[in-house]
Design a binder for this molecule. Structure first.
Ligand code: NOJ
Length: 484
């Protein structure tokens, strides 16, 4: 029989009662049982964090860095929610050693950062700036000295302004300029970098920057021009892969870091799963699908009609140059779908007004996205090596009177998403690493500094970094290589 009684120390439950519910006293006091095989992530799984140059570095006019489209855009009135820019940001350019120490304390084994193109080529192309490369050499040496493997993104949205002045992603020349810049980087840094990512989230930077006008450079192009800009960006990816292989060391590894739009089956039936696969392929037609298949889907070309991009067969071959792995950034649900009752494809559902989201309204809570996204890569395109290059959440982080930041919502988010990632891995989906976005609170593009994504709270007045509760959670998880 179960018996409870209150003592001076609190509630006492009889040993008999614990036995009845299957828990012995000693088990209750122990931490979760790691000997159970399914609770662990694979041996050697790469736990990491991610950042990008413009969002953290600051020092935008130091050591010969040229202006980027974001420097220009952030100065346009009304474009950044809190009226800020990233001239200083997290001042990581100067505080990088401190930031590497934060990673070391977390126990991450890998770090994904981006290289600022305008530091390397202030004019976008032409004469390189050796001081720009020197910064990344210092950063990489510091990482290696701390046993953290550097993974570098070549383009995370900070296009040199000089290239924008010549058409930016609307110009095919930008794709070639990206390849030339890539060649220079792999020659200068390639020996020490574990993996290179070409362009971060083509879908986001082209659509938000050239379609919706809410990111740099703030354009609202018509469909035909927008499709052409998308084409140039995927072409840059392919040319970049080729340039890296031609100029880098043998064994260099390179792939994309794309924000896959993931279609989720509303209820997991074989029919709905089929519909979700079909939808995922179409929703990514101008990005991952063409990159991995070397063709634009019939439905995409039909829908675009006269607005379809102009391209050659040679372009398609270049765009789909073999990659060594695929990186995906996973946040909210791209879409919920089900099979049409007549079996003719998929029906996309409207999110109910009450669907939960995190602090950012666009970040709907859908942990199963971290199961389905890698699973779809394996199913649709037989990808053999997958990285979650970003996952994480914004939260309304506020230090309490003791200076603690108890971001319980971020911990809840990570626990649920990572549980679904583990589900995929347990089913044999080849996910090799996970990069939590982000190491630090930082400049969240058009949202400025109000939206915080970091494991570490940044006081922008003092540049003091404080680990949040989520940092303790992540540290523990890495230490045990298991969800806790
Ligand atoms: C994706 C982008 O790559 C990154 O720059 C951004 O801060 C996060 N999503 C959060 O919005």
């Amino acid at each position: 029989m179960t018996s409870f009684r209150f003592t001076r120390r609190g509630l006492a439950v009889s040993a008999l009662a614990l036995g009845a519910i299957g828990l012995t006293g000693s088990k209750l006091l122990k931490e979760p049982d790691d000997s159970l095989p399914k609770t662990r992530f694979p041996e050697g799984f790469r736990w990491g964090t991610a950042t990008s140059a413009y969002q953290i570095e600051g020092a935008t006019a130091v050591d010969g860095r040229g202006p980027s489209i974001w420097d220009t855009f952030a100065r346009l009135p009304g474009k950044i929610r809190d009226g800020t820019n990233a001239d200083i940001a997290d001042d990581h350019f100067h505080l990088y050693k401190e930031d590497v120490a934060l990673m070391k304390a977390l126990g991450v084994k890998t770090y994904r950062f981006s290289i600022a193109w305008p530091r390397i080529f202030p004019e976008g192309r032409g004469t390189p700036n050796p001081k720009g490369l020197a910064f990344y050499q210092r950063l990489i040496d510091e990482l290696l000295a701390n046993d953290i493997e550097p993974y570098a993104t070549l383009y995370h949205w900070d296009l040199p302004q000089a290239l924008q002045d010549r058409g930016g992603w609307q110009s095919r020349d930008t794709a070639q300029a990206f390849a030339d810049y890539t060649a220079h980087i792999v020659r200068g840094l390639g020996d020490k970098i574990g993996r290179f990512f070409t362009l971060n989230e083509i879908h986001a930077f082209v659509d938000l920057g050239y379609g919706k006008g809410i990111h740099a450079p703030g354009l609202t192009l018509a469909a035909a021009q927008l499709n052409q800009a998308r084409h140039h960006a995927v072409l840059a990816h392919g040319l970049g892969v080729q340039a890296a292989r031609a100029n880098g060391r043998s064994g260099l590894k390179i792939g994309p870091a794309e924000n896959i739009t993931i279609a989720l089956p509303d209820v997991e039936t074989p029919q709905n799963i089929r519909a979700a696969e079909h939808a995922t392929r179409e929703l990514n037609a101008a990005y991952l699908t063409v990159m991995l298949e070397g063709r634009y889907t019939d439905a995409y070309l039909k829908e675009a009609g006269a607005d379809a991009p102009r391209f050659t067969d040679a372009d398609l071959k270049t765009i789909s140059t073999r990659v060594d792995f695929v990186g995906i950034n996973v946040y909210g649900p791209g879409a919920f779908v089900r099979e049409r009752s007549d079996g003719s494809g998929y029906a996309q559902m409207k999110l109910p007004a009450s669907y939960p989201h995190m602090k950012s309204p666009w970040l709907g809570f859908a942990p199963q996205a971290l199961y389905w996204a890698p699973r779809m890569l394996q199913k649709l395109w037989a990808v053999k090596e997958i990285y979650i290059t970003e996952n994480g959440t914004s939260a309304a982080d506020e230090p309490d009177e003791d200076g603690r930041i108890d971001d319980l919502d971020r911990v809840m988010f990570l626990r649920q998403y990572l549980d679904q990632l583990q589900r995929a891995i347990n089913e044999g989906v080849p996910v090799r690493g996970y990069f939590l976005w982000s190491l630090l609170d930082n400049f969240e593009w058009a949202d400025g500094y109000e939206t915080r994504f970091g494991l570490h709270y940044v006081d922008y007045k003092t540049q003091k970094r404080t680990p949040k509760l989520s940092a303790s959670f992540y540290k523990k998880l890495i230490e045990r290589n298991a969800l806790v």
